[in-house]
Design a protein around this ligand. Sequence first.
Ligand code: HSE
Length: 298
Amino acid sequence: NEIKVFCPATIANISCGFDVLGLALDAVGDEMVVRKTAQKGIRIVQLTGQDLPMETHQNVAGVAGLALLAESDYDGGFDIEIYKKIKAGSGIGSSAASSTGAVWAMNQLLNKPFSNLELVKFAMEGERLASGVAHADNVAPALFGGFTLVRSYEPLDIVKIPNPEELYATVIHPQIEVKTSDSRRILKTTISLEDGIKQWGNVGGLIAGLFTNDYELIGRSLVDHIVEPIRSILIPGFDKVKEEAINAGALGCGISGSGPSIFALSKGAQTAQEVADAMRKVYQKIGIEYDIHVSKIN
Ligand code: HSE
């Protein structure tokens, strides 16, 4: 009647795939305990690590859980304990981890009446609360693991993408907060055909590189002509961090989700560590506090 879950952090967009590509970071995530109760509804009974609302309708896990309950014939409820390790507003899918963890755990406790695709839909309601838009590029990899592509939102179609064995992500989080809702508001809502052509060329290239273990192709495709030029203005030192990461051997580097975290993908653990050192030095020089970690992508 009780389950403990690990809820992974995720990198959304992965440069060229705004709102459609994402990957799960197995080394970083929250913990949650979810318990069946006779009392109807969802209650957040414990929340540590971050200052976030515990009222069910104001909490992403609460809202995602209510979306599941609305589709379920279960007439009891759930108590949720959330132990946050992922910082809210850091750009590595904090809200997605909580939303996804809640619905995944509830589904287990109900003997899995829902598919992963249905769970993504419920978790997206948490994202709607967090950012105003029910994007799925963090919740999909949090649920499926590894890389995922949101091939379509209507109808929802998620494709799991394999990745080469030796692929590592380095993520640095400068200690400034960027709200997803703010960093979405500054984006333009139209793009030129010219930019579209570049962008979908890179999305196709990235997917092809992941399928064929072609690290060079992955690197050439980690380019974003549309969102990064606008959002990077909100992240002090972004251009320098990117330059240094590439010089240290990263395949590519970009904004993680809506920022301010910056990610780099590398071939091999050693390169990923060297990239971490190079990125770290930039923020040490500027004098901005940071967290940094390296994860293997499974
Ligand atoms: N795709 C979303 C965005 C991810 O970039 O706004 C937010 O984590």
